[in-house]
Structure formats: structure tokens, C-alpha cells
Design a protein around this ligand. Structure first.
Ligand code: CTP
Ligand code: CA
Length: 225
């Protein structure tokens, strides 16, 4: 049996979490990435395991160690992350914290791109990646509670409200990333559900995780056995 525990508000539940960035290859030595550290997603995985859940953490490339009692699946690209999420189902709760690259290079080169001597850079044609969160929300195997994240630099609440509608998530956890939140230790989040907006004070990412996991436990306790 995995290193789980027998008590806690999420005993018997499977919580699926995505975290970190994705890397989208340009050629064998270069990739497109973003500033996600994975800290908030890993803190959520730790908090869910502490609450007694079985936790599957699908992680992009990060430098963090796996929290105790968490099953970790490492992926690199958005498409690998989508497949790992699918393979981890069914789950009672999904928390999609990953900063998934919106685009990948259409035809990643099999060999290192070289300067051609003319000074003209190679064109990079991009194509859109699958939306893992939206796909999960539409899936027949949709978890009972699906939580998305929305990192915004401006108009945080309006953008997050629209995102919740568009993707079909139960909750969107919105945060303002205009000022060093990505990679930092603290976070200020707004939890948006069908009833409205619940704004939490700024706190360490571990405390944000505890608050979200407590809210998830309460919600699940009120919706079924
Ligand atoms: N997400 C996802 N798959 C993608 C893009 C985003 O699962 N290809 C998820 C993220 O993990 C997050 C939520 O969707 O939970 C919102 O991500 P965000 O990048 O804010 O949303 P986008 O729809 O990509 O909108 P934007 O143009 O603002 O980036
Ligand atoms: Ca995006």
C-alpha cells in the first residue's frame, strides 16, 4: 500500500493535481517554457496527502522534491501532461495548477537548428496545445469537483470569471502574477465559484494550499458520502 494515512477529511478520495510549467521543444537542445516554479501545485499535493487523500501529481519540469505520500508523474510537454491526466482518471477532485504552454512549435526540428549565415532567424510556426482543463471538464470521466487556476497580470477577477464559464470548471483560483508571484513563496488568491468571489489575504503558498484543501474537503462532505 502507498504511504497514506487512515484519517483526515480526504481519506478515500483521489485528488489529481497538475503543476509546474511545460516545455515545448524547438529542437533537441532548445524549448519554449514559462516562469512557473511548481511551488503552489506541490504545496497543494502535500496538503491533500496530509488530509488523507490519494494524490496523483502530474508535474512539468521543476526542481522541487516530491511531497510525502504523493504519487508523482513527470512530464515535459502539454501533450504528455494531457495523456498523464487521462491515465490518472478516475479522480474525485482535479486541481489544475500547471502553467501549460498555450502553443508548441508546429514541427520541432530533429536536429539542432544552425545559423545559416544570412542573419535571418529561422521562422517558428506555433500551433495551439490541447486545453487539458477544458477537455477534462467536458469528459465523461469528469471528476465531481474540478478546480482551475488563472494567473493574470491585469483585470484579474473579470478574466477569471470569464475563464470559469468558458472552461466549465467548478472553481477558478485567480491570482495576480504581475509582481513576482511566479517563483515566489507567497500568493494572494481569489476563489471564484458559482456563488461568487472569496478573496484570501496574502500568505505563504503552503497556507494557500491548506485553505484550498480545507474548502475542498468541506465541499465534498456536503455533496456526497
Ligand atoms: N490549462 C490547461 N491546458 C492548457 C491551458 C491552460 O489545462 N492548454 C489550465 C491551467 O492549468 C489553468 C487554467 O487552464 O488551470 C487556466 O490557464 P490559463 O493559462 O490562465 O488559461 P488560458 O485559457 O490558456 O488563457 P490565457 O490566454 O489567459 O493564457
Ligand atoms: Ca494560458
Amino acid at each position: 500500500a502507498p504511504a497514506g494515512q487512515w484519517t483526515g477529511p480526504l481519506v478515500g478520495r483521489h485528488v489529481l493535481i497538475t503543476a509546474g510549467p511545460t516545455h515545448e521543444p524547438i529542437d533537441p537542445v532548445r524549448y519554449i517554457a514559462n516562469r512557473s516554479s511548481g511551488k503552489q501545485g506541490f504545496a497543494l499535493a502535500a496538503a491533500a496527502a496530509k488530509a488523507g487523500a490519494r494524490v496523483t501529481l502530474v508535474s512539468g519540469p521543476v526542481t522541487l522534491s516530491t511531497p510525502a505520500g504523493v504519487d508523482r508523474v513527470d512530464v515535459e510537454t502539454a501533450r504528455e501532461m494531457a495523456a498523464a491526466v487521462e491515465a490518472a482518471l478516475p479522480a474525485d477532485v482535479a486541481i489544475m495548477v500547471a502553467a501549460v504552454a498555450d502553443w508548441r512549435v508546429a514541427d520541432a526540428a530533429g536536429q539542432k537548428l544552425k545559423k545559416d549565415g544570412t542573419g535571418a532567424p529561422p521562422p517558428l510556426a506555433l500551433v495551439e496545445n490541447p486545453d487539458i482543463l477544458a477537455g477534462l471538464c467536458r469528459s465523461p470521466r469528469r471528476p465531481a469537483l474540478v478546480v482551475g487556476f488563472a494567473a493574470e497580470t491585469n483585470d484579474v477577477i473579470p478574466h477569471a470569471l470569464a475563464k470559469r464559464q468558458r472552461k466549465g470548471a467548478d472553481w477558478i483560483v485567480a491570482n495576480d502574477v504581475s509582481d513576482g508571484v511566479m517563483g515566489g513563496a507567497r500568493n494572494t488568491v481569489h476563489i471564484i465559484d458559482a456563488a461568487g468571489v472569496d478573496s484570501l489575504p496574502e500568505m505563504p503558498k503552503e497556507a494557500v494550499a491548506e485553505a484550498i484543501i480545507a474548502r475542498i474537503a468541506t465541499t465534498l462532505a456536503h455533496t456526497d458520502g
